[in-house]
Design a protein around this ligand. Structure first.
Ligand code: CAA
Length: 260
């Protein structure tokens, strides 16, 4: 699929989405978010796709935020529609049920940070800067940042980031659990590819169950979360992939998972 503000390439069970507006540091305007949302729908409906990677075009930015010129021109209804679209798209990414890797290749600010936070895993280049600078514009994060950042870093660190608006370095984001991995700028593509290739061979139904259990249980009391896990465990133990995985172990060979 080729559309104007994103590029979508599919190879070896991995869909790679590149936000492609380098002149505005890949800022998210309505059209870009709509195209991203459509690509995620495509990933959801295609069983051949096991992993999604989201990155930014160029070597400077992942995404430098929502498009400031666009939001400035919106009236109240327009802002509501923009917020709805942003939230719906980030939710779709979080609940895709397939791993979505953010390959953060530079600035991940505002809506760009929020896009990375909605992803399942985040791998970054060592020049990346991530933050929620909305306060400097007199606004607040609008695509889930107040909630998702707090759940990852805890309220002390997320409040510091949001109230000062100051982005943090890749190393600090790694230390705070915001990034899963940080690599040299020139190694980001290969490290992302390696991670995606590993996940693409994993059992898709088990990955979905893990993602669902974490998503659904994260905000519940422990007992309720454990019940979700138990239900998912019972469900997954009835799959052909469970039979294949356990048989392969006992036969001392590599499992080939089919997602059934
Ligand atoms: N929206 C629209 N355009 C943007 C943009 C954004 N978020 N970020 C950068 N651009 C544009 C700039 O206006 C500039 O365009 P021109 O060349 O036409 O002037 C171009 O991208 C390059 O940017 P800079 O010249 O500013 O590049 P720099 O290297 O000097 O600075 C930067 C880089 C620090 C990332 C700086 O561009 C910046 O601070 N950008 C805005 C970051 C921001 O505030 N993001 C939050 C947006 S609001 C939001 O996201 C709300 C929400 O939660 C949904």
């Amino acid at each position: 699929m080729k559309s104007s503000n994103i590029q979508v390439d599919t190879d070896q069970r991995t869909m790679r989405i590149t936000i492609d507006r380098p002149k505005s540091l890949n800022a998210l305007n309505t059209r870009t978010i709509e195209e991203l949302s459509q690509a995620i729908d495509q990933a959801a409906s295609d069983d051949e796709i096991r992993v999604v990677v989201i990155t930014g075009a160029g070597d400077k930015a992942f995404v430098a935020g929502a498009d400031i010129a666009e939001i400035q021109a919106l009236d109240e209804n327009g802002i509501r529609a923009f917020g709805d679209l942003g939230h719906a798209t980030m939710n779709k990414i979080q609940h895709l049920g397939k791993p979505v890797i953010a390959a953060v290749n530079g600035y991940a600010l505002g809506g760009g940070c929020e896009l990375a936070l909605a992803c399942t895993l985040r791998i970054a280049s060592d020049n990346a800067l991530i933050g929620l600078p909305e306060i400097t514009l007199g606004i607040i994060p609008g695509f889930g940042g107040t909630q998702r950042l707090t759940r990852i870093t805890g309220s002390g660190r997320s409040l510091e980031m949001m109230l000062t608006g100051k982005p943090i370095s890749a190393q600090k984001a790694l230390d705070w659990g915001l990034f899963n991995q940080v690599v040299g700028q020139q190694d980001l593509a290969s490290a992302t590819h390696k991670l995606a290739a590993h996940l693409a061979k994993s059992a898709p139904r088990a990955m979905r169950s893990i993602i669902d259990a974490v998503n659904q249980g994260m905000d519940l009391p422990l007992e309720d979360g454990l019940k979700i896990e138990k239900d998912q465990f019972i469900k997954i133990c009835r799959t052909k992939d469970m039979r294949e995985g356990t048989t392969a172990f006992l036969e001392k060979r590599k499992a080939v998972f089919r997602g059934v």
